[in-house]
Design a protein around this ligand. Structure first.
Ligand code: SD4
Length: 333
């Protein structure tokens, strides 16, 4: 019963978020829109929007937005400031996808601060979709990327603090719970863009779960799990505990639900319900968040727990930040 009440509360919030107006021709490309996960999605969207405004493609836009998240800020779960795995290695995951099905990804990439651009190179310069680990690094170097150490002093300090207990608790994104060093272990960026020409693209980039098992790869570089885009329908991306997205082919699921006629927010909600149904107990302590946009520029989101916010940028509004509805009002279920 309690959960039902929370679903109701969530539905009201969802209705508010789902009623986002479509882009109007104010300035910039009339149809275009960019959405992305978390509060730093606002500046990341701006970087992407600048590309769309200057006539760039949705693909160029999401790459620019993701690149901003990777190096334009210092964030414990994306790019150059990402926290290391439990053995002290910073390993990055990223994927990029065009609405025509073109896609590329890298997983467990070390020493390269723009994994999203390496993912794009995988898409454009190889017949493959995913390169991992040492091979991905070797490919990046061959493509001209400059290697650099990614373990920042802050990340090192947090890791050493974590080593004192080495508690392995993948509790991410729930009410912005802090890690040692007062940093949070979430904030993957997932970004979707709709170009003025009606074409879509998406990008997702992360350092994954802080202090993860060495070799652990989440959903973000897996096409269909952390990201999926189809020009005929729309796109979806995810943040949260990637294992849940992997179990449910989650982003693909959200897009397929939209293909069946569901609005983006409704598609995200149904997908979240699938996550709950599969692992009802685990879902009380793990965060999972979906963000979707259809080919008309309608946007929606849904999360397991309160606290997921997403940024929307179009010709009318550059800096909108909206709170997603959620199944649970808090982590205390
Ligand atoms: C992962 N989904 O590696 C990512 C982490 C994340 O917000 O999204 N954090 O599982």
């Amino acid at each position: 019963m309690t959960n039902r009440r929370r679903f109701l509360q969530s539905s009201l919030l969802m209705a508010a978020a789902a009623s986002l107006p479509k882009a109007r021709a104010a300035s910039g490309p009339a149809r275009a829109k960019v959405v992305s996960t978390w509060d730093f999605g606002v500046p990341a969207n701006r970087a992407a929007w600048a590309v769309l405004e200057s006539g760039g493609s949705a693909l160029d836009a999401v790459e620019a937005g993701a690149r901003w998240a990777e190096t334009g800020q210092c964030n414990a779960t994306v790019g150059r400031c990402g926290y290391p795995d439990r053995d002290g290695y910073v390993t990055l995951d990223a994927s990029i996808m065009r609405g025509d099905g073109g896609c590329g990804a890298v997983a467990a990439l070390e020493d390269i601060d723009h994994p999203i651009s390496v993912a794009r190179k995988v898409m454009e310069q190889t017949p493959h979709v995913l390169l991992v680990g040492a091979g991905a690094r070797q490919f990046a170097l061959a493509q001209g990327f400059t290697p650099r150490s990614l373990r920042t002093p802050e990340a090192e300090k947090a890791w050493r603090e974590w080593l004192k207990t080495s508690a392995y608790k993948p509790e991410i994104n729930i009410e912005r719970r802090a890690l040692p060093g007062n940093k949070e272990n979430h904030d993957t960026i997932g970004m979707l863009a709709l170009g003025a020409d009606g074409r879509m693209a998406g990008a997702c980039t992360t350092s994954g779960m802080a202090f993860k098992l060495r070799g652990r790869v989440g959903d973000s570089p897996i096409i269909g799990a952390g990201l999926y885009v189809d020009d005929a329908v729309g796109g979806a991306t995810a943040s949260g505990v990637g294992e849940e997205m992997l179990r449910n082919a989650a982003s693909f699921l959200v897009v397929e639900l939209m293909r069946q006629g569901h609005a983006p927010a409704e598609a995200c909600r149904i997908a979240i319900e699938r996550v709950v149904a599969k692992r009802p107990e685990a879902s009380k302590t793990l965060q999972v968040c979906f963000l979707a946009m259809n080919l008309h520029g309608e946007v929606g989101a849904f999360a397991l727990h309160r606290g997921f916010v997403y940024a929307v940028c179009d010709a009318d509004r550059q800096d909108a930040l909206l709170e997603s509805p959620s199944v649970y009002a808090s982590s205390q279920t």
